[in-house]
Design a protein around this ligand. Sequence first.
Ligand code: SF4
Ligand code: SF4
Length: 445
Amino acid sequence: MLFQRYGTFTGGIDLPDEKQATLDLPIAPIARPERLRVSLSPCGGQAGEVLVEAGQRVQAGQRLARAASPSGVDVFAPLSGRVASTVTVKIAFGDEFAAVPAVELDRLSDPPNVEVLPRQEGDFRDLSSQELRERLAEGHLVMGRRPPCSLSGWIERARRHDCHTLIANVMENQPMVTADHRLLVEHGEDVVRGLAILGRAVEARELVLAVDQRRVSQYRRLLSASRQHDVSRIALSHKYPTGADAILVKILTRRETPPGQSTLAVRAGVVDAATCLAACHWVLGGRRQLGRVLTLSGPGIRRPGNYYVPFGAPCFELAEGWTKTLVHGGPMTGLLTPQEAVVSPATEALLALDTPVGAVPRPCIRCGWCTDHCPARLNVAQLNDEYELNLVNSARKAGVMACVECGICSYVCPAGLPLTSRVKQLKRTIRLIRSRLPLLAGMVS
Ligand code: SF4
Ligand code: SF4
C-alpha cells in the first residue's frame, strides 16, 4: 500500500481545487530581483546586530547580522551583492504583517536557481540526538510557518513537551497553492529525510507524513526513503481544513488540542515540507536556508508557477506590476500583502486576485451555515453577536479559543460578514487580557 487512508472530521467544506495552473509545473528559479531587503528579525522580536556596512560587497551565505537574543537567528545574505542601506520592510507574523528593519542589497549576482535544491547524499544516523540539535542550531533555520520561529527554539519546546508524534503536514488543502506538493514530488526523499532528522532531534517516537489522498500516485519516489526512516505515510481527505494543525492531530492521534494552545500540548509536533527540506539541506549538505519555494498564481500573474525565491525579494515585484489584491498565503487564511512586504520563510504563496476588497456586510440572516461548517464546532453566529456587543467573556465561555482560524465562516456567510477576523479579534482580546492584566485574568481564564 502506497499510503494508509484515514478518517475525517465533522464540519469543514469541500473547496474548489483551483490548482491546475501550477500543480504540474516544476519548481523553477525566479528571475533575479533588482534588490533584496533582508529582514533583521525573521522570528520577530529585537532586530539582530548588523555586521556589515553600507557599500560593502557580500557573498551569498555571508552573515549579515547576529541574533539579538537566544530566541532569534543569525541572518545571512541570500545572494551576493552590495549593502545599500538599512530600510524598513513588512513580514507576516501570525495573522498580521509587522514592520521590521532590514538590510537592502543591490547589484545582485548569483541568480537563484534550482541548483540550490540538489538532492542530498550522506546519512545522519551516526549522529546522536544531541549532535543533531547542535548541528541544527548552527544552521539558524527558521520554521516556514506563520508565525515564523527559530527551528532550534521550537525543537527545545517540543522536547519539553515530550513530543511523541512528529507530523510533516503536506495537506496543502487551500485552493491555488501547490509549493509543498511540488517539493514532495521533486524532493520527496529529502523532505522525508528532513522529517527523520527533526524526529531524531526532537526524540519523537513516531513520524508521520500526511498528504492529500488525491495526490498519492505522484509521491512514489519517496516510498523507499519513508520505509528506510520508519515514516508512516497517511493519505487524508481533501476536505478543508484537514491541514489545520489541531484538526490534523485529532484525526491522526485522537488527541484534542486544548483551545488556544499548540498541538505540542498533546505531545504532537507539526512541521511543514519546506522546514524538513531546509533541515535536510543543512545537516547533510551544509546548505544554508537562503530562500524558499512558493506558489505565484492568480489572474494577475503572467507566468504562474512554483518558484524558488530568495528571502527579502519584494512581494509586489514578483507580481510584476499587479496593483490590486495580492494575497500572502492561501486564499482562505492569507493576508492582504502591503507594498513593503518581502518574502520570508512563511511565504508559501502570493496570489494576485481580482477579488474586490471591502464589500459592505449585511445583517446576519440566521442561516446557520457558519456554524454548520465550523470544524471547531463553534456557534459562530452567536460569537458574531458577542463580538458586536463586546461580550468577550461570553465568547470565551462559548469556546472561541478553539477556533482554528480556517476562514470557512467568512467564506460561507451569505451576508458577507467578516466572521473570521471578528473571531480572531475576540481571541486576541482574551489573550491580551490574560497577558497584560493578570488580576483580571480570572474573568476570562
Ligand atoms: S470560527 Fe474559526 S474554526 Fe470556526 S469556521 Fe470560523 S475561522 Fe474556522
Ligand atoms: S453564515 Fe452569516 S448570515 Fe448565516 S448565520 Fe452565520 S453569520 Fe449569520
